[in-house]
Design a protein around this ligand. Sequence first.
Ligand code: BES
Ligand code: MN
Ligand code: ZN
Length: 469
Amino acid sequence: MRINIITEQTRLNKECVHIRFETKVVEHIVVENGARTLLLESGHCSKLTPRKLRIFIRSIVHAAKKHKLHSIAITVSYADFPKCQQYGEKWFWQTWSEQLLLASYEYTRYKSKKVPATLKQVYLVTHSGKIAKDASMKGEIVGNAVNCTRDLANTPGGDMNPRQLGEMAQKLFKGTAVQVAVHDYKKVQQMKMGGLIAVGKGAQEKPRFIVMEYWGAGKPTPTTKGSTKNPIVLVGKGITFDTGGLQVKPGMYMYEMHMDMSGGAAVIGTLQALAKLKLKKNVIGLIPAAENAISNEAMRPGDVITMMSGTTVDVLHTDAEGRIVLGDALHYAHQYNPKLIIDVATLTGAALVAVGQHAHVIMTKRRTLEDLFRDLGEESGDYTFPLPLWDEYKQYIKGVHGDIANIPSGDSKYGGSINGGMFLSHFVKKVPWVHIDMAPRMTSIPSDKLAKGATGEPVRLLVKVIEQF
Ligand code: BES
Ligand code: MN
Ligand code: ZN
């Protein structure tokens, strides 16, 4: 789909259908002076908040698709949206582009009949000119990065194993400013990533460790060490399929577990956006990629793992595998002297119990970061809400034979999401750090008005955090 910013309607051809917003409930096409207009209910634009604006833009795309329109023109004036002015005009136009793209996305790879998308052109008719054009271009970059993330996450586990995820990272960043290294199983063993090995060794396709480096601000030299050139490290959970391991997931709980690499996909999408925006920031992406499979070689409950950091871990549950692979990746992250580490993971079903499906759960020990992520969540549309990461919770993941356990030994049903965060905190040393449990936003819900499957979140949030941190 192409988005065009134009200043006058006259340049539009006959095929283009104009969208007109009405306050009454309507959704039909009228013909005026030979030109077609689709009347759509918007309520009062003056009442739309940022949250409602996003959904409203998506509903325009849905109506256009429903009426099989190829080309639409929407007259938009920033002044008509007073409640959407808190983040400024650039935000407004970026949001239009982003949301048009997110709403037009469909995952069609496995449809045997390839029907090309109907909606091909969207014209935003506005007097805002250059500011709208620039911001909309940025929105296109971010929107396309989110949709690329959705493609990666939506790909079934059989077609997206650890090897293929590594190959995709290499393919997507070929010829860009992002340098990719995919460490194979031998290298993973040499690096003594005991967690990644334990989780991934049961699968035919062995684990990989994917490293992506983007030095948009220039590499820090020994003299600039400790300066602003120190990178932000993003760590994304890359479980390409989660069977639960030997403690296998029952029934439909295993369905959709090909999306257990959504955190990793979001890290790839974010780096893609940064490189296209040519952002002058240093960002590293790390993905511990493994398939949590069942076989004679799979890790067993009761196994004790020695992690890359030297910490020993009691495997009390083979289905709490995300935290195990992330422990090694978080330890690895420290070699970059990062000024901030953010991990993104579909870590716990308990996060859904806590907040439903409307927010990412965030955990951090720093109040300023908690506030930043909540505010930028609101601004980006990737909403976040905090849970505690207090020392009081340490007692629950004490080790039986090892140093720590991957779940509470009594298998408590309480605070499951926090236990995951506490486990991860063990592998972070004095570096500002935010854990995003994105399980609640792994898949879209009907009120999102997005295609079924992966949401591509929290790419928009991560881009904003990196821009502003
Ligand atoms: N990948 C799952 C978490 C998940 C569940 C993500 C549903 C998205 C939707 C994770 O690896 C897992 O299995 N977690 C267990 C942890 C438990 C064994 C302590 C869970 O949440 O049940
Ligand atoms: Mn699991
Ligand atoms: Zn998992």
